[in-house]
Design a binder for this molecule. Structure first.
Ligand SMILES: Nc1ncnc2c1ncn2[C@@H]1O[C@H](COP(=O)(O)OP(=O)(O)OP(=O)(O)O)[C@@H](O)[C@H]1O
Length: 237
């Protein structure tokens, strides 16, 4: 099953005379149960495409379906609810709230959906334990290493059991060994049957964690490991 289906996506920034087109007629399906990596040089449009696929940015053309919902035709208020319930987000800079503990940070998606903080933090604690973070659940972000903070961010992204987890450069701020550990956790904990994980990266050290690699260049998809069309030097395994 496809978690995301994008058809003929165009994206331009700016207006009239100063328009810059950054995505050209992109078609992409992201399968559930797989870790798909979107790779390519800086500025080729990866983050822009990720933002469009997860409903945080509206494309200038084309259509996006997330778990059967055509988000490009949804009202903003409906998209907020869909994102909150069905999508988890992980960023390079963990974006944890400094005044909240690891458990409270990890609980945010549940709290945003109306669950009392105490109950949500207990659920988050269970997820943190699966990520090896049990002993750190009551610490503040500044008391944690980068790798530990990224584990909290993974917990926050999966605590509400979303259908899709999107990650933008999740290992860019981490050393090689910590990046490898974070990817193992992402693949095991975030992945799994029925859930799609979409990772944007240009960190070639983590390409081997992909089930599928999709390559972009200059706003277009130029290769796909599934089709055997990856450019030279890019391999899924
Ligand atoms: N809000 C915006 N307004 C204008 N231009 C933008 C905006 N966001 C992105 N761009 C431009 O769109 C192009 C693609 O940017 P994007 O961040 O998607 O690339 P990327 O492949 O993710 O790059 P990186 O790997 O460096 O993060 C770039 O030329 C960027 O300058």
């Amino acid at each position: 099953m496809s978690a995301v289906i994008a058809r003929e996506i165009d994206m331009a920034f700016g207006s009239n005379g100063l328009k810059t087109q950054v995505l050209f007629d992109v078609d992409l399906e992201v399968a559930s149960g797989e870790l798909t990596m979107l790779v390519g040089p800086s500025g080729c449009g990866k983050t822009t495409l990720l933002s469009i696929l997860s409903g945080t940015l509206k494309p200038t053309g084309g259509e996006v379906e997330v778990m059967g919902n055509v988000i490009t035709r949804m009202k903003d208020s409906e998209k907020v609810i869909l994102r909150r319930r069905r999508i988890g987000f992980i960023f390079q800079q963990y974006n944890l709230l400094p005044a909240l503990t690891a458990a409270e940070n990890a609980a945010m998606a549940l709290v945003a959906d109306g669950m009392p903080l105490k109950v949500a933090a207990e659920k988050a604690r269970v997820v943190l334990e699966t990520l090896g973070m049990g002993p750190h659940a009551d610490k503040l972000p500044r008391q944690l290493s980068g790798g530990q903070q990224q584990r909290v961010a993974i917990a926050r992204a999966i605590v509400h059991e979303p259908d899709l987890v999107v990650c933008d450069e999740p290992t860019a701020a981490l050393d090689a060994e910590t990046g490898r550990q974070v990817m193992e956790l992402l693949k095991d904990a975030a992945g799994g049957p029925g859930r799609a994980v979409l990772v944007v990266t240009h960190d070639n050290r983590i390409y081997r964690y992909a089930d599928r690699i999709v390559a972009m260049e200059d706003g277009r998809i130029v290769g796909d490991s599934r089709l055997g069309t990856l450019p030279e030097g890019l391999h899924a395994h």
